[in-house]
Design a protein around this ligand. Sequence first.
Ligand SMILES: Cc1cc2nc3c(=O)[nH]c(=O)nc-3n(C[C@H](O)[C@H](O)[C@H](O)COP(=O)(O)OP(=O)(O)OC[C@H]3O[C@@H](n4cnc5c(N)ncnc54)[C@H](O)[C@@H]3O)c2cc1C
Length: 389
Amino acid sequence: MATKHKHDDEHADIREGVRALCAKFPGEYWRALDRERAYPKDFVAALTEAGYLAALIPEEYGGSGLGLSAAAAILEEVHACGGNGAACHAQMYTMGTILRHGNAEQKATYLPKIAAGESRLQAFGVTEPTSGTDTLSLRTTARKEGDHYVINGQKLWTSRAEHSDLMLLLARTTPREQAKRRTDGLSVFLVDMRLALGTSMNITPVRTMMNHATTQIFFDDLRVPAENLIGVEGQGFRYILAGMNAERILIAAECIGDAKWFIERATAYAKERVLFGRPIGENQGVQFPIARAYAQMRAAELMVYQAAAKYEAGEGVGAEANLAKLLAADASWYAADMCVQTHGGFGFAEEYDIERKFRETRLYQVAPISTNLILSYLAEHVLDLPRSY
Ligand SMILES: Cc1cc2nc3c(=O)[nH]c(=O)nc-3n(C[C@H](O)[C@H](O)[C@H](O)COP(=O)(O)OP(=O)(O)OC[C@H]3O[C@@H](n4cnc5c(N)ncnc54)[C@H](O)[C@@H]3O)c2cc1C
């Protein structure tokens, strides 16, 4: 985009660096992978090597110790360049649970390796087929047996599990009816998937409408050393919730990047496509949806960077993170639809990349949290309306 904003200036070097890196991975690269539903391993390796995925890891553990707005700028640029951060964004923020709730030994053992890209921690096992959004109803159990926990159950939509060494797993350690509080009884484990693959843990890919490397996983008496429990047994739900604000802000930044890409493409095409003797962009019927997409994107962008700034200041951001995700996902989806419409039939042609990005950005109405659940959060926690579920 030609416009310049305060947050652009703050991270101008980072944005420029990411753009230069992404220039090596043009539309053809993503298109070929999309066709095969293949993992963008060269792109992920380049981002790792350049240190971008270690942005949020403190310097003492080998990362760059940057704030959330820098990480948001990185992911936004990836998407604004036509790429997709979904293959690796979780490597940036899943480690936050270890950083916030892990003990000194866990941090010293894992964070430097994650920062160096030697260990990939980008699998996050929360969702299950029967519980979905209703996380407290999850059925995967972890039973303590001596110095191990034994895990049984199933996860669905565990993205990147085939491209990850470690997984953050949420499982029930106390039966629901015995838990003191409604939110007690779930625990978080750091699972070394390399040790269990093909024996007590089986991963199968789930093919989706876009290239997303998502999977389902079955656990059959998976033994995890007790030292891999993160924080206090039974408090895992709180740890997972604590990480969700950062995730929502970062995904919202990706949506802003998508919206910028769609708007740029639509604007360029509206100027160059000539029909009835003049560019289609001379028609207000073509201009207005582009202008509206731009207005929506700019408003959402303000919320994303306000949420990131508050997060960096250590303030509570429940409302802002949810608002940012809602508005940014709506902005990217509106922009996607507008971009297809502006391109007419060419919007459906693979070689224009628009139909691919259209499919990719649709996800954010549903994951990592669906729109209704954000509205419920705002209704209940911001507007003080009665709890609906
Ligand atoms: C491609 C992809 C990748 C994903 N990656 C991961 C991952 O890496 N790790 C992980 O743990 N999960 C992952 N997810 C799961 C994702 O977080 C869930 O799909 C999402 O939270 C919605 O849950 P669900 O699909 O079970 O839908 P459900 O919970 O079954 O909801 C279905 C619909 O009902 C609505 N609904 C449900 N309850 C209410 C209510 N009380 N009020 C109003 N509306 C309601 C929802 O908004 C939704 O529209 C991924 C999903 C996809 C599709």
